[in-house]
Design a protein around this ligand. Sequence first.
Ligand SMILES: Cc1ncc(COP(=O)(O)O)c(C=O)c1O
Length: 388
Amino acid sequence: MSSTDILNLQSILDFIRSEYSGRDFIGLHEPLLDESDEEAVRACVRSTFVSSAGQHIGEFEREIEAWTGTKHAIATVNGTEALCLALLLAGVRAGDEIITQAATFAGTGNAVWRAGGRPAFVDVERSTLGMNPDALAAYLEEHAEFRGEETINASTGRRIAAVVPMHTFGHACRIAAIVDICNRYRIAVVEDAAESLGSYAHGKHTGTFGLLGILSFNGNKVITTGGGGMVLTDDDDLAARAKHLSTTARIAHCYEFVHDEPGFNMRMPNLNAALGMAQMKKLPKLIEAQRSLAAKYREFFRKAPWEFVDEPEGTQSNFWLNAVLMKDRAERDAFLEVSNSQKVMTRALWRPLHLLPMFSEDPRGDLPVTMDLYDRIVNIPSTIGGKI
Ligand SMILES: Cc1ncc(COP(=O)(O)O)c(C=O)c1O
């Protein structure tokens, strides 16, 4: 890197510092927690209902149903478990293949593995950063074969049980096209909407297009419950089963303890749901603030030589994590070094899953866009705390 190049990169940091003036360390995405959150948690502690029983779990589920427009929301202990549960409910059995994108957080692949499946990876597209429907169609065209009621990957012999697209950094992928393709191949769609609470594709909330979808309320998300997740579905039977399986498969009874199948303890504690309820009150303002920060970045990068990742056409994004494309890997690394050394937290795109040791043997399509984005994307501070 020449000194002029470094000077240019410094202009991005100067802009970020001006947006977060008065801060020594600038985090990537810190939660916004205020007195109302403290009060909600304190009141829940006082009630003693801090664990798996309590009114806030149901209240939080109803709030998420109303917000997303889904018929059923089932709270879980985190997003990874929500995705594992959703895959099992979609019918995933041990050894099944689940097609997802290589450019995603490890949690997506881990949930596939936890559900007993094996991932297969297809490419993402630059316009959405999400799964490319054309890449999915090409992969299925090459490998999928109908055998009776099942869709089999003829190259591996595995049943293709689900497709898991992900809405990267809160930007909606071309989910309607993906659902169409999967319907043709009779494959269930389970949306990983962990990052996209408050994001819409053509006016419909992300996570509500597939048979099932999931959200995460990890501490770095738009709202947080400390740790938490949610399964979304319009299907009454799947919703009932999600509740049953995630709460130890216990038959409701006031004093008898009877469980009718092996179940999971994936429950979101009431304490976390109490925090979720307080956070939900701030959600409209938080999204407004995320979008207005993105507008400032958009304006800055319009006059700069780096491409800002904007919301795809026909979608409305929560802009959970803002992102910029550097010229190449060398410039990316220089920017990450210089920013983090100046206490401005930035990071690279997740290392694509097919490059991680546990997924390196799994099948994949061509991944040129994934690799290009991995070389060039940086995430820049998107914290809203102090901005509303
Ligand atoms: C794309 C994606 N999938 C899954 C997860 C897992 O969610 P959690 O951390 O709540 O388990 C996350 C976030 O953390 C995520 O970003």
